[in-house]
Design a protein around this ligand. Structure first.
Ligand SMILES: NC(=O)c1ccc[n+]([C@@H]2O[C@H](COP(=O)([O-])OP(=O)(O)OC[C@H]3O[C@@H](n4cnc5c(N)ncnc54)[C@H](OP(=O)(O)O)[C@@H]3O)[C@@H](O)[C@H]2O)c1
Length: 212
């Protein structure tokens, strides 16, 4: 899969490195293309770097890995996103672990879908800490990746990418259900940082029967 990553911060660089190691082709996009190229060089031949627009053009799947405050501008800078699958991984926490910057109706993901005209938006990767991505196994349990989106093919592709990392993926329904999963990210932040549980925590849905 060709994956464009918008933002070379902690989440974008960690995801890109893991997927490159799994054999995917990665292009990191940065406001500073030299930074993206340096990151790509540190990863190897499956990775390259450029601008947001170049990364968006390159990827069949685009990961939006920027702060919520920069999301609208980053999407605009990325250019034409028509028909692209966009994974919105943003959390809407204010800087310094503040509360959500926006309400739940609409969700951040629905706003992303409005800004990224023609794109198939999937909300995912927002309810876990980057620290866990290299090992999603918690004892006998795999951490969950909740995905919401309206396009079934796009969801299936994101499911596979999530499984490649080691998640057990839960289809949480249409994109409007990001209104339900985005607050989970706020809960994760609260528990990890403010309640002192640390970042080595993840959500798990327990069920008695295997899903259909
Ligand atoms: N870190 C986690 O554990 C984690 C987990 C789940 C979700 N998330 C979410 O994923 C997103 C990225 O998180 P992160 O931890 O990777 O953040 P980060 O380390 O601060 O990196 C964010 C990147 O976004 C880009 N960016 C674009 N517009 C920006 C702006 N106005 N101000 C600052 N940076 C801007 C920058 O990349 P360039 O300089 O390359 O353009 C920057 O390196 C956030 O929405 C966060 O809430 C993070």
């Amino acid at each position: 899969m060709k994956i464009g990553i918008i933002g070379t911060g902690r989440l974008g660089s960690a995801l890109g490195k893991i997927w490159a190691e799994k054999g995917h082709m990665i292009m990191f996009g940065s406001r500073d293309p030299q930074k993206a190229k340096k990151l790509a060089n540190s990863i190897g031949s499956n990775a390259s770097g450029g601008t947001y627009e170049e990364a968006a053009k390159f990827g069949d799947v685009i990961i939006l890995a920027v702060p919520w405050s920069g999301a609208k501008e980053s999407i605009k800078t990325a250019g034409n996103l028509d028909s692209k699958i966009i994974v919105d991984s943003t959390t809407t926490a204010a800087p310094h672990l503040g509360g959500p910057l926006i309400g739940r109706t609409p969700s951040a993901a629905e706003k992303v879908a409005k800004w990224a005209v023609g794109a198939k938006v999937i909300k995912a990767v927002h309810t876990i800490g980057v620290e866990s991505l290299n090992n999603l196994q918690f004892g006998s349990q795999k951490a969950n990746l909740f995905i919401c989106g309206d396009n079934l093919e796009a969801k299936s592709i994101v499911r596979t990418l999530g499984e490649d990392i080691g998640f057990e993926v839960i289809d949480a329904g249409p994109l409007t259900n990001a209104r339900l999963t985005e607050p989970l990210a706020m809960l994760w932040i609260e528990l990890a940082y403010k309640q002192g549980m640390g970042t080595d925590i993840a959500f798990k849905l327990l069920r008695r029967r295997k899903a259909k």
